[in-house]
Design a binder for this molecule. Structure first.
Ligand code: KG4
Ligand code: ZN
Length: 332
């Protein structure tokens, strides 16, 4: 059973092939055009998807050594994401399924981030908690079966990836700044500049206040010393990263305590962060958690995770049809 999966929700055009639950290929074309604008420009993302999608799909089939005739279904990201970007993948998948007369499977991008954990061993056992952290989302998800998951905590304003990227912008670092903050943080002192943690009840998050307090802190320091950022970049990045990771892990600890679940996973672009990975492993060791961290290539946006989700939906006979359309906002 071969499924071709297509991901086009943001600024990565990706295609993957899965055969009987095993990933055979995963091709990702990253759109570099957005760097010069300091963020993803939706219109340019859609155009770049249009340019990339044919060669990306051709390469994914080629790498997997399958032809179009071997395909049993086509899966695509229905949402959440940028509508124009999602439309490219959705229309492409629908046309291809129509041409080949094979079924279509629609996938929720955030569910797919969680299911990236089933691409490689070791795989979490059910039930597990997954902290899904990306440029657009920050969620704690309780997963009871491959297609049964519930959000038990989420951000009420900015996503943590956005907090990383917007802070990086204040430091004059290019987009996306998250990986650069990570890089400089490894050389700095995480306790150099302490920041107050937001007070948010329950398992929900808030990152807009902390972002503003970083901004005021930097403005004040730069007024006193115009070279403050250049002279302290490593320490600033280490302190900011430490604070953001601390916010995430405090809530994850609370979620584990409240649910009694000790199988703990992280997913999404920010799970590539080395500070988060290291602190999570240390906390897990202390609290007796089994911690699951996906390989880097399955943390950021990719079609292999869409293919993994599609595998479970195929098994559950959960198909859609030619009336399918994308959703910028989409619940589980
Ligand atoms: O999941 P993803 O690839 O796309 C979305 O669905 O949003 O996540 C992208 C986010 C960006 O905010 C990027 O800065 C962040 O993940 N990111 C990181 C790191 N690598 C990617 N943030 C902090 N440290 C990293 N190493
Ligand atoms: Zn994502």
């Amino acid at each position: 059973m071969n499924i071709l999966a297509i991901e086009s929700s943001c600024d990565e055009t990706s295609a993957a092939v899965i055969t009987n639950g095993k990933i055979r290929s995963n091709v990702v074309a990253t759109q570099l055009i957005h760097t010069q604008y300091g963020g993803v420009v939706p219109e340019l993302a859609s155009r770049a998807h249009q340019q990339h999608i044919l060669p990306v799909v051709a390469n994914a089939l080629n790498d997997a050594k399958v032809t179009k005739k071997d395909l049993d279904a086509i899966a695509f990201t229905k949402g959440p994401g940028l509508l124009g970007a999602l439309l490219v993948g959705t229309s492409f998948a629908k046309s291809m399924a129509l041409g080949l007369n094979i079924p279509l499977i629609e996938i929720n991008h955030m569910q797919a981030h969680v299911l990236a954990h089933f691409i490689e061993d070791p795989k979490p056992s059910f039930p597990f908690l997954c902290l899904t952290v990306s440029g657009g989302h920050t969620q704690i998800v309780k997963v009871t079966a491959p297609l049964e998951m519930e959000i038990i905590g989420e951000t009420k304003d900015d996503a943590v990836g956005e907090a990383f990227d917007k802070t990086a912008k204040l430091l004059d670092l290019p987009y996306p700044g998250g990986p650069l903050i990570d890089k400089y943080a490894t050389l700095g002192d995480p306790e150099a500049f302490p920041f107050p943690l937001p007070e948010m009840p329950g398992l929900d998050f808030s990152f807009s206040g902390i972002k503003t307090s970083f901004m005021y802190f930097l403005q004040k320091q730069v007024r006193q010393n115009p070279d403050f950022i250049a002279e302290n970049l490593n320490d600033i990045c280490a302190s900011i990263q430490f604070t953001l990771v601390d916010i995430l892990l405090k809530k994850l600890k609370k979620a584990s305590r409240e649910t009694g679940i000790r199988e703990i996973a992280i997913a999404g672009g920010v799970s590539a962060n080395s500070g988060l990975r290291k602190s999570l492993l240390e906390l897990g060791e202390k609290l007796g958690w089994k911690v699951y961290i996906p390989a880097f290539e399955y943390c950021t946006d990719n079609a292999a995770m869409i293919a993994m989700a599609a595998h479970y939906k195929f098994e559950a006979n959960d198909f859609t049809d030619q009336t399918a359309s994308p959703l910028a906002r989409m619940e589980f």
